[in-house]
Design a protein around this ligand. Structure first.
Ligand code: ASP
Length: 249
């Protein structure tokens, strides 16, 4: 993902549902694996969210691998930026779709899908965890922070309810506190995981133009992989069962 200024700014978060400990970093471009930096913030414990130069210094101090920003550049993403930026509008990766004639080489149109990687897990002791890592959105303004590193928006885990990781038009996920809302619907309203995720993905988000989806697992091991877009790359595995993957609905 490139920002409007053709730079990179990566965001990531991780949360431990057993303790509600959380760590996140925003706006870094030299940290090879941003989610590990988020974990280092969690383990350090003093803060929850570090941004920009301070986050990079923290990552360096904690011995994380650092790279040149060009490490994150791909030609396809650069061309995607040029297509979108040429319109003079600030549009999301998602909205850029209407402006490209490019034939997608992957099952989902690269201009229509979100590029975030999320993970949620329930372990044998009943503990939940969630993590999200992203380059954000193509042509985003420099300094823009999405939902992914914001605890409660793009990432949340609480052993009493569920672990949730979101992908999509971040601004809307922030505005509905999407990940936390899933857990709140379960805790306060007694909703099942399925009902809670569908309320967020099919009602709350579309009501304000939010597109995307989320992956979630609850404390009983129920899964929800909900989205309101054409598809979402996703996979899951349970115990020693063979893992399964899917793209479309
Ligand atoms: N939610 C991410 C963001 O707004 C983008 C994505 O999921 O692809 O930064």
């Amino acid at each position: 993902m490139f920002t409007h200024d053709e730079t990179h700014e990566l965001d990531a978060a991780v949360m431990d549902g057993a303790t509600l400990a959380a760590g996140a970093i925003a706006g870094v471009c030299h940290v090879r694996r941003p989610v590990r930096a988020a974990r280092a913030v969690l383990e350090d414990g003093a803060h929850v969210l570090l941004a920009g130069a301070g986050a990079e210094a923290f990552a360096r101090e904690h011995g994380l691998e650092m790279v040149e920003p060009s490490f994150f550049s791909t030609e396809a993403r650069r061309q995607q930026l040029y297509r979108v930026r040429g319109t003079g509008r600030v549009v999301t990766d998602h909205e850029g779709a209407s402006m490209t004639a490019a034939v997608p080489a992957t099952p989902l149109d690269e201009d229509k899908k979100f590029g975030t990687v999320g993970a949620v897990a329930l372990d044998m002791h009943g503990h939940l965890a969630a993590a999200t890592s992203t380059g954000g959105m193509t042509n985003k303004r420099v300094g823009r922070v999405g939902d992914s590193p914001l605890i409660g928006a793009g990432t949340y885990a609480d052993d009493r309810t569920a672990a949730v990781s979101c992908t999509g038009s971040g601004e809307m996920f922030i505005r509905v506190a999407a990940a936390y809302d899933v857990c709140a619907r379960m805790a306060y309203g007694g909703a099942t995981l399925e009902a809670a995720t569908h309320a967020v993905v099919r009602q709350s988000l579309p009501a304000i133009g939010g597109t995307g989806g989320l992956i979630a697992v609850d404390r009983h091991g129920n899964l929800s992989l909900a989205f309101n877009t054409e598809g979402m790359y996703r996979g899951h595995a349970r115990g020693t069962d063979a893992p399964s993957t899917a793209i479309f609905a």
